[in-house]
Design a protein around this ligand. Sequence first.
Ligand code: FES
Length: 146
Amino acid sequence: MTQRFEPKILCFCCQWCSYAAADLAGSMRMQYPTNVHILKVPCTGRVDINHILKAFEVGADGVFLSGCLLGDCHYLEGNYFATTRVKRAKQILQSIGIDPARVEMFYNSSGMGPQFAQCCTEFTERIRQLGPLRKKAPQPQAAAAA
Ligand code: FES
């Protein structure tokens, strides 16, 4: 029996609209994959490209940012900056041979609990289709058995 690949996904979630959307999804008992680990940030504009790349470096198979709707950022332009950074992160990933689809930007208002759950579900499925970022090294069975 082959085991289904369960990706590790990090979501940088702005503490205002998007975190409220995640909370609402929970309150509504919406199902979304437990693969998604939410890291609350003050605003998606606070997330640097280095934060995204570091997440991959330490084991994430996929990373997404979830911010307020465009025009609704509590710090005015944070999600616009985040959108630009995600585009740049995609370019960097592509330049080093990593599928740029492993990083994404989503926008969810506080009332969009079901949409937040849908983002989590669809992104997890996308990463599942792409497979693990790192291939596991073969285990030296013969040496271990001796
Ligand atoms: Fe939500 Fe800026 S406060 S994206």
